[in-house]
Design a protein around this ligand. Structure first.
Ligand code: 5GP
Length: 200
């Protein structure tokens, strides 16, 4: 039999340093039929990042033109840079029944949830403790000390946003957290309410 359903937007947010990027990457390796939603950003690429794979790296002017033309489903200023998700790729994925994983901040997550209430599953990733978060922020050698300080100041504000999400994961043991994310994705795919059509 074949089941037709719309694509689901799995939105994953966390305070910076909670290990969300690694968690998302590992879960994507395990899951079938889900793609990473590539965001636009005005931030310069980090050494290991690839254009079109991790982000679309654009100038602020290009980004703001897209916002003006209504091409962003959501966007936010995170620290000193702009980040956004193009609406076209979301509409297309939902329509075609393809699932997407969005690694975005809490401001973006609440915009996506408001715009696509029936097609969004919002997942919040907690660090095991605030101390662990601080350690992870300090250990990340890609950021300057002033960036680390800003991320730390914002982390507590970000944690306060968790009640707006559907699910939570505590990223203590990475392997367990990956399993939990995979389980959430699989369970949400099997909601009867998502069935649009059955073909025998
Ligand atoms: P980073 O610069 O470390 O890659 O990302 C900084 C923050 O921006 C992270 O919390 C990340 O999830 C978030 N982010 C990445 N892409 C988007 C996006 O398209 N929209 C929003 N709102 N946040 C994003």
């Amino acid at each position: 039999m074949k089941i037709k359903r719309k694509g689901i937007l799995f939105v994953v947010s966390a305070p910076s340093g909670a290990g969300k990027t690694t968690l998302c990457r590992r879960a994507l390796e395990r899951l079938q039929g889900i793609e990473f939603s590539v965001s636009y950003t005005t931030r310069p690429p980090r050494p290991e990042e690839r254009e079109g794979v991790d982000y679309r790296f654009v100038k602020e002017e290009t980004f703001l033109n897209m916002v003006e033309r209504g091409e962003m489903a959501e966007w936010a200023r995170v620290y000193d840079h702009l980040y956004g998700t193009p609406i076209f790729s979301l509409d297309k994925a939902i329509e075609e029944g393809r699932d997407l994983l969005l690694d975005i901040d809490t401001q973006g997550a609440s915009q996506i949830k408001a715009k696509f209430p029936n097609d969004t599953v919002a997942i919040y990733v907690f660090p095991p403790s605030l101390r662990a978060l601080k350690e992870r922020l300090t250990l990340r050698d890609t950021d300057t000390p002033s960036e680390i300080k800003k991320r730390w100041e914002r982390a507590e504000e970000e944690v306060a946003m968790y009640p707006f999400f559907h699910y939570f994961i505590v990223n203590d043991v990475l392997e367990d957290a990956v399993k939990e994310l995979v389980c959430i994705v699989e369970a949400e795919r099997h909601r009867v309410s998502r069935i649009q059509e059955l073909k025998w």
